[in-house]
Design a protein around this ligand. Structure first.
Ligand SMILES: C[S@@+](CC[C@H](N)C(=O)[O-])C[C@H]1O[C@@H](n2cnc3c(N)ncnc32)[C@H](O)[C@@H]1O
Length: 225
């Protein structure tokens, strides 16, 4: 596991502490609707950090041609209906472009600034002329009022336990997922970004936000500049 990342619970973990079985259990939320609202029907999508295909599968079912990328082979082997590529996001260079490039799951907030820049360069390198990059960032107040919990109607509880500063604006965030038969915890490194910082990071990769895709501003559509 990467330095600063920790995880407990059953089964295999990714280098950033995601539990493979946990992601196989988490239901999809509004992500496919958000993505489908921003990319022309039937278009090509590059999904970066796809996990087990929680979002990939509904997108493929809607007719998008998805290339799903993850560094974890255990995650990728669960993906169906999409081309899969095992790679780091920051090291990816497929030599092709896509109508939409998706960087979800707040990966843009990774604690390592070099990895973040690499991820955004990958987005830029793979977006077609006239295409877009869809980025999911943290919600406002993500590190406030902790601990707090969300009891999901699917019969499990997600508790965000703590968020502690560890230097250079980076925080160590610990989350617990409680199911009737299993509990997972994950501690990951997260760099909150103000609006201007986020815009600067995108600009350094040759991208700019052209619209917000959700009222809370957590999903944005960016395009090459
Ligand atoms: C929080 S999970 C989310 C998975 C999926 N996007 C979802 O919403 O269900 C993050 C995924 O990104 C992958 N990941 C994280 N950092 C990565 C990197 N630098 N390169 C490739 N994959 C990465 C992990 O292996 C993991 O599968």
């Amino acid at each position: 596991m990467r330095e600063g990342y920790e995880a407990t619970g059953p089964g295999a973990f990714t280098p950033d502490g995601c539990a493979v079985e946990l992601y196989g259990r988490l239901p999809v939320e509004d992500e496919p609707d958000v993505i489908a609202g921003a990319v022309p029907a039937g278009g090509t999508l590059l999904e970066l950090g796809c996990g087990v295909g929680r979002v990939t599968h509904p997108l493929a079912e809607r007719g998008f041609r998805v290339t799903a990328v993850d560094e974890s082979p255990q995650m990728l082997e669960r993906v169906r209906g999409a081309r899969t590529v095992r790679s780091t996001i920051e090291g990816l260079d497929l030599g092709e472009t896509f109508d939409g490039v998706v960087l979800a799951s707040i990966l843009v907030h990774t604690g390592d600034p070099v990895v973040r820049r690499g991820m955004l360069d990958t987005c830029r390198r793979h977006v077609a002329d006239g295409g877009c990059v869809l980025i999911q960032r943290e919600r406002e107040g993500a590190h406030e009022n902790l601990p707090r919990e969300l009891v999901h109607e699917g019969g499990f509880t997600i508790r965000k336990l703590s968020s502690e500063p560890v230097g250079d604006g980076v925080r160590a965030v610990t989350v617990e997922y409680v199911f009737p038969d299993a509990v997972w915890t994950q501690t990951y490194r997260c760099r909150p970004l103000t609006g201007p910082e986020f815009d600067r990071e995108l600009a350094a990769a040759g991208l700019a936000v052209d619209r917000l895709l959700t009222p809370d501003g957590s999903w944005v559509r960016a395009a090459p500049v």
